[in-house]
Design a protein around this ligand. Structure first.
Ligand SMILES: [Zn+2]
Length: 364
């Protein structure tokens, strides 16, 4: 079975492998599903498979076509992604190089780039010429970021697709695509990865220690790209911040507000989201520890290395209202996604935490 580098996604793998075996390949695919789960990685593998000149399972990863496509140097392979019209060739190359290093983590150096008409026009021009080596493959990543003019120009290509051209669109927001484009593509749905799949991939691909891989996978919630990005951040520091937040939540309101403002000077919105997720995981661990201290040795805990501080924490309270805490933290994440002001979210969150932690009398 090919596509060995792709994490999980057994259904898309099956569909595409069958298409390759039977040779019944539609002119256009739409790889749809959540961000960070491998749609682009799979599109690149599929492009290699379609261009591959090796025998046996495709892509063979050994032939010249596979290797050139793998480093985006094949003359019949086009990879389009959102970028400003003014972007230099070197900047485009940098993004492609990031995909060569890790097809799950495409570098995104621009604020809100689109795929402009000029790129699709270029595609139309090229599509009127014969491919140099038999077949042409075009990937349009984040196809929903096409401008309306670009989308209409692509539609014209899809209405009369050249026989020797295969197009793969990827999108995590397919509501942003023209229905007339969607209807001309064979849709392949990608799912969120499981925590176990993300953790195993981090161990295998990034040599991350198992314990850390489990923690990162839990925060990333099925999004491998997010998991890979989290590795670049200082998780230990972030976990210390959770402990600090717990201490602060016991203090008066003025202190809590001041602390929240200080923290938000350091964290952007996504980092705040990760921080709240970490806190949620921390409390889930604390609940396991409270309910069944004997379970500590097994895989039920994520923060295995923090058992000591966690035990002290749990022991300091006469009551921890876990259900209320889980609800509040989940609500905080929801509010963040709905663009409620971060300071407000954090201050409210600490205030509620204060009420859900009933101190025995001794400080933490
Ligand atoms: Zn090959």
């Amino acid at each position: 079975m090919s596509f060995a580098q792709i994490i999980g996604q057994s259904r898309p793998k099956e569909i595409l492998a069958r298409a390759l075996q039977t040779g019944r390949i539609p002119h256009a695919y739409l790889f749809a599903g959540p961000a960070g789960v491998g749609k682009e990685a799979m599109a690149i593998e599929m492009a290699k498979a379609l261009l591959c000149s090796g025998s046996g399972d495709k892509p063979c990863d050994g032939c010249s076509a596979c290797r050139r496509a793998g480093r985006f140097g094949h003359p019949d392979f086009f990879f389009l992604f959102p970028m400003p019209k003014s972007a230099a060739v070197e900047e485009e190359r940098e993004v492609l190089d990031s995909l060569v290093r890790d097809p799950y983590v495409r570098k995104q150096p621009w604020a809100s780039p689109t795929i402009g008409i000029e790129r699709i026009r270029e595609l139309r021009r090229v599509s009127s010429l014969k491919p140099l080596e038999g077949r042409r493959v075009v990937i349009i990543a984040e196809a929903d970021k096409m401008t309306p003019e670009a989308a209409n120009a692509l539609l014209k290509i899809l209405e009369e697709p050249p026989a020797d051209m295969q197009i793969i669109l990827t999108s995590s927001r397919d509501a942003g695509l023209l229905p007339t484009i969607i209807s001309r593509c064979q849709r392949v749905d990608f799912n969120l990865l499981t925590n176990a799949e993300v953790a195993a991939a981090l161990v295998e691909k990034k040599s991350v220690p198992e314990e850390q891989a489990r923690l990162v996978a839990r925060i990333a919630q099925g999004n491998y790209r997010h998991a890979a990005e989290l590795l670049e951040e200082n998780l230990q520091e972030r976990r210390n911040l959770v402990i600090e937040a717990l201490r602060i939540s016991l203090k008066d309101e003025g202190t809590r507000i001041e602390w929240a403002e200080g923290v938000l000077d350091e964290l952007d919105k996504r980092e705040l989201r990760d921080f709240i997720s970490l806190m949620l995981i921390w409390f889930r661990d604390a609940l396991v520890l409270t309910a069944n201290p004997a379970a500590v040795a097994n895989d039920q805990l994520v923060n295995v290395d923090q058992i000591e501080v966690m035990s002290k924490f749990v022991a300091a309270f006469s009551e921890i209202r876990f259900e209320g805490i889980f609800t509040d933290l989940e609500k905080s994440i929801e509010m963040l996604d709905r663009n409620v002001h971060p300071t407000l979210i954090l201050v409210v969150m600490l205030g509620r935490l204060n009420r859900n932690l009933i101190l025995k009398g001794s400080a933490l």
